[in-house]
Design a binder for this molecule. Structure first.
Ligand code: SD4
Length: 306
């Protein structure tokens, strides 16, 4: 059935990413190719927050997480991947060329190299170097709430500027095929070896062709706790709109966290199999980008904690 393509992605980085996706999906391309090409744009943006330009872990090393899923429950991911520019493409290779769904650390890097991905130098971007030096002054591990809609990069301590170091993207193509992708440098200054929600199918991303798809950004631990993306898809299966389903998942996190909910940010995006989109965040400051033409529209998300 021919329909209209739709792309939704997290944050304002989604504006450029959606344009990349639209080049594929606009002329009738495959959703899976679109969600890969789309987030690759962000992975390449050195001034940004995802990929090798992102903030390092607390030992000063950039480690990347990503996953991808198509409309047939095929999925793949990488976690703790170092020195590879496009983790999303390695995730796709894991999906397409291995019997597995998740490769981590050294093994993921070995696989990437065996697939012809170049090993990039081990070095921080200028911005990340600065942010890391700043963070080292206190070395306090405390995730940042995404409060402001600024383009500034994360600097670590609570009260600092933005911390969106993830892009997640969902797409429905003209043939009705759904796919999703998610890629991140993870929480800034995380413990070495820490894995968040973003490479985990069912938490950071989930796609079910009979229902829709969902993806997450924000405090990964609290997304994993409720298997966020899968929960949202199941709520949509029960009849919730994408927006209602995202809201309900956020409410569940808020109930679990209690008074601590104000210290974190979590946000979800979702799309139904018919192309209806929705988003919801725990706190103010989350925005997302929707494309139904070649001009992406950046929107502020509704949020729970007023
Ligand atoms: C993580 N979910 O590693 C990611 C971080 C994130 O905007 O989304 N930041 O927990």
């Amino acid at each position: 059935v021919a329909g209209k393509p739709v792309v939704i992605s997290t944050w304002d980085a989604g504006v450029n990413a959606n344009k990349g996706a639209w080049k594929v999906i606009g002329p009738g391309g495959y959703a899976l190719d679109a969600v890969e090409a789309g987030v690759m744009v962000t992975e390449s943006e050195q001034g940004c927050c995802v990929g090798l330009g992102g903030n390092p872990d607390r030992d000063g090393i950039v480690t990347l997480d990503a996953c991808i899923m198509d409309e047939k429950f095929n999925c793949g991911g990488v976690a703790g991947l170092e020195r590879i520019k496009h983790p999303i493409s390695v995730a796709r290779r894991v999906m397409e060329r291995t019997p597995h769904v998740l490769l981590v650390g050294e093994g993921a890097q070995q696989f990437a190299v065996s697939q012809g991905f170049p090993l990039e130098p081990q070095q921080l971007s200028a911005d990340a170097k600065k942010a890391y030096a700043e963070w080292l002054k206190t070395s306090k591990y405390q995730p940042v709430v995404n409060i402001e809609n600024s383009k500034s990069r994360p600097t670590g301590p609570v009260g600092g500027p933005q911390n969106h170091d993830t892009i997640a993207m969902l797409a429905l193509d003209a043939q009705g095929r759904l796919s999703g992708s998610c890629t991140t440098s993870g929480m800034a200054f995380k413990m070495r070896g820490r894995v968040g929600d973003s490479p985990l199918i069912g938490s950071g991303l989930f796609v079910d062709p009979a229902v829709g798809a969902a993806a997450a950004t924000g405090q990964g631990e609290d997304v994993v706790r409720i298997a966020g993306a899968h929960l949202i898809v199941e709520l949509m299966r029960q009849g919730r709109t994408p927006q209602q389903a995202c809201k309900e998942a956020i409410e569940r996190i808020a109930a679990i966290k209690g008074a601590k909910a104000k210290d974190i940010q979590v946000a979800f995006i979702a799309i139904s199999k018919t192309g209806q989109t929705g988003a919801y965040a725990l706190q103010k400051g989350f925005n997302f980008t929707v494309s139904t033409t070649d001009t992406p529209v950046l929107r502020d998300s509704e949020f729970l904690l007023k």
